[in-house]
Design a binder for this molecule. Structure first.
Ligand SMILES: [Fe+2]
Length: 374
């Protein structure tokens, strides 16, 4: 195991200081066995990665079951840890980088964690989404360059639990970063922690306008506890604002949260042959700027269970006709505090457009203030 592609961590270079993170470097023999196995399994589909997403998913599940543990037992054990939620982030290097088997490799590794799926609205409904740095520069994708979780408007039971990335091309020095929220939470002041756990924030829906009240979610908590007691975070980078207009705590709380995230995170380069998987409920991620360089990776969404997605859409998957904006309407009202929510929404709706604009806290501005502090 080496840290050759590990660029650095916020606050130091010791990976032991980031709980929930594990990395694995395949040996040359493991890499060869995996590459041979991927090619052989693809022979059954005429040497091509299947076009049909159902067949893609099935093939990947078979390969994950039959090949991984045999070709690279250490990698198989690490994937099990991710599947059992014993880790928040895994980073694997020295994987086969043959372009002809890249899609199968990504889906195989993703299938070892859980069920691979996608929303029909995203990337034409492909399971493996191609993401390039040129897309990052587009207006709708700038959020990727700042700390965020994905699917904030989608109810938890339908949101991606794990996000998996497999590098294809990456200019030296370009990084992707992840910060698990548990160690961050432990260092927050009690005042900030209380604010983040209460329904104090509203999130702007994707592509909504800051001045349109309909573009904002009901008051929600940034931090919450999972059914198993883990700390979870919802953090859409595009915009967060206080639920009430005269909230004196919210700027300080978000500044403190951003500062702690910048202090406690991991940066890795998702180069060709590198796989990064991180939990989207228990941490935030971002992609570093590319400058004049270039980045290309494939990405998947993974959940342990697709049952609620199947119930909500009436489809079997693995592609579901669910848009982020549509899914937000399926959100159940926040637990408890209905009076609070009502009053907050009423007060919120009295804002003038200028007040609403000035109340918008974008993570982009937060990123600029703290970009180099990690
Ligand atoms: Fe993202």
């Amino acid at each position: 195991m080496t840290s050759g592609n590990l660029i650095r961590m916020g606050g130091g270079g010791d990976t032991d200081r980031l709980p929930g993170f594990e990395m694995y470097r395949l040996s040359t023999t493991e890499g060869r066995l995996l590459a041979d196995g991927l090619r052989q399994f693809q022979v059954f589909t005429d040497g091509q990665f299947p076009q049909d997403v159902g067949r893609q998913s099935l093939l990947a599940q078979i390969v994950a079951e039959k090949l991984l543990a045999h070709a690279a037992p250490g990698l198989g054990r690490l994937m099990e840890k991710a599947r059992d939620d014993l880790v928040d982030c895994i980073y694997v290097t020295n994987l086969p980088a043959e372009r002809s088997t890249t899609s199968l490799l990504l889906l195989t590794l993703s299938s070892a964690i859980g069920k691979v799926f996608n929303y029909g609205s995203q990337d034409g409904g492909e399971l493996g989404m191609e993401v390039t740095s040129s897309q990052n520069k587009a207006a709708g994708q700038r959020a990727e360059l700042d700390w965020h979780t994905e699917g904030a408007s989608i109810r938890r039971e339908c949101r991606a639990e794990w996000i998996c990335l497999l590098g294809i091309d990456n200019t030296t020095g370009i990084y992707t970063a992840y910060s698990p929220v548990k160690p961050v939470e432990q260092t927050l002041s009690s005042r900030t922690r209380a604010w983040l756990f209460s329904q104090s924030a509203c999130f702007r829906t994707p592509y909504g306008s800051a001045s349109d009240e309909n573009s904002w979610s009901a008051p929600s908590a940034v931090l919450s506890r999972s059914p198993h007691g883990c700390t979870e975070i919802v953090w859409p980078s595009f915009a967060v604002r206080a639920a009430i207009s005269d909230d004196a705590l919210y700027t300080d709380a978000l500044i403190e949260l951003a500062a702690e995230i910048n202090r406690q995170h991991l940066r890795v380069s998702v180069d060709a042959g590198c796989f990064l998987a991180f939990n989207n409920l228990r941490g935030v991620h971002m992609h570093g700027p590319t400058g004049d360089g270039y980045r290309l990776f494939l990405k998947t969404y993974v959940r342990h269970s697709l049952r609620t997605l199947q119930q909500v859409t009436g489809e079997s998957g693995p592609i579901f006709a669910l848009t982020e904006a549509g899914a937000s309407q399926q959100n159940p009202p926040p637990r408890g505090g209905s009076n609070h929510m009502g009053s907050a929404m009423t007060r919120s709706s009295r804002r003038t457009s200028a007040e609403a604009q000035s109340a918008v806290w974008t993570a982009i501005s937060m990123g600029h203030r703290y970009a180099e502090s990690g």
